[in-house]
Design a protein around this ligand. Sequence first.
Ligand code: CP
Length: 301
Amino acid sequence: MNQSSFVCISDYSKEKILRILAKAAEFEATPNRNLLENKVVATLFFEPSTRTRLSFETAVNRLGGRVIGFTDSATTSSSKGETLKDTISMVSNYADLIIMRHPLDGAAKYASEVSSVPVINAGDGSNQHPTQTMLDLYSIQKTQGTLENLNIFMVGDLKYGRTVHSLLIAMSHFNPSFTFISPDELKMPEEYKQFCYEKGIKYTEVSELKDISQADILYMTRVQRERFLDIMEYEKVKNIYTLKNKMLDKSKPNLRVLHPLPRVNEIDTDVDENEKAYYFQQARNGVFTRQAIICDVLGLI
Ligand code: CP
């Protein structure tokens, strides 16, 4: 296994998280630096992406590196039956770093075990999305002034949403209180609730998006259509929650609405102009946090 890979948010201690966030702030102040001169970064996206891939590629370009890769595995030799192991071994020959998104839980960890260069997990199935979590933490710290003692409301698809799984683990360093808002079919998996229990983290579960008056962060998520085995089950829950501007009237002044995006219909567009809507700035923060992560993984900071 390549020791410097970043496949799981629990690879990072609290101190390391804070160090990376401080570096991200430096990159936000000065994004263009020649730290990746002569480095080649491979972006292997076996699943669709807009923000993650483009922000990673922007990060590499702003650091003076070069990008190779694919956005559709159907155009690669995977479609001829090449195994993930062989694909990763091959790409290790060409690039200094592999950034990979894959539909299977655990694929990034497996890739890191067979790769001779570091691997960054850009999302594996419904398991984890650790670099999204780092930009979420950066966004929370920036808007709240702290990561400590916050009320985090997570809304929507808490079963398949990999971003909430990684965020829950990362926030465990900072004494959070969670409110999980989901329908029965999409509840936070037991293993994460067990994790909260073992860490002494308070959480409550509700099924209605009604009282958000105590939230510091309202973390909306999309129902993950691509993870459902039965599309009729998706149809039952796809419109379960929609945040409307009016619902923010009685919220705390410091509340910020986050969403990893893409959104489908979980947030009405009339929320976009509300000063508490932060999801587009959140996506922008992805460039700086990913610059910091890439440099850390390559031992450049
Ligand atoms: N947040 C996120 O992962 O977005 P993309 O699927 O567009 O990369």
